[in-house]
Design a protein around this ligand. Sequence first.
Ligand code: FPP
Length: 244
Amino acid sequence: MKAASAPEAQRLPRHIAIIMDGNRRWARARLLPRVLGHHAGMRAVRAVVTAANDIGIPYLTLYSFSSENWRRDPHEVSDIMGLLRRFIREDLAQMHAKNVRLRFIGGRDRVSPDILKMLDDARSMTEANTGLNLTIAFNYGGQDEIVDAVRAIAAEAKSGALDPASITRDTISQFLHTAGVPDPDLVIRTSGEQRLSNFLIWQSAYAEFVFTETLWPEFDKRALQDAIDEFTQRERRYGAGDAA
Ligand code: FPP
């Protein structure tokens, strides 16, 4: 296959963020228990991480558990926690070997200490990697993230370390959990819902959105490429508009 020309390559989104939605509907449609929907969702996570790496996307962020998800049935919450443990236990070595750098964003409250340790260890183990930057949003909520940032900025201002008049958008970005990660260019949500659900609400201010009917367990490399193509088409149209 012909390699992408340099301008094509430039139009690849630098950062793709995905709201993975539709696991339970996928299971329900097959008369399966919902936990199997999340298992299938985990297989899609593996496929999409591999695909993003192969396509050459530098940053990928996945919304795996929101701070509102604690309200779900405790059995389901426990299943998702089990899947996160499995993801780290079974996939970390391979991701590390593929030069993937792992980050986690979200609150540390309510998360069990063994999981926190796994996340910390995975982050520090892969810190020097230079391949795909994979961020897992876990126990994450965008409004809470902004509250945390405002508190930290206010504390610095109170102590005299920061002049309130010097606060800019960059200052706020630097105090978010995503500090050091560029803002997403493309946000994808699966399963037909068209909401942001408190995901990267500050960071997505200028993102393109692609909403697909595909349920998350069926999202694969082809679906990722389709979303990227849609993004590329929009970039091209805006480019033409600018020139006119
Ligand atoms: C959304 O579908 C999915 C979740 C809230 C959980 C996401 C979890 C995974 C994809 C597997 C675990 C992955 C990692 C990295 C730990 P839904 O349950 O809201 O389904 P519905 O919209 O059909 O109800």
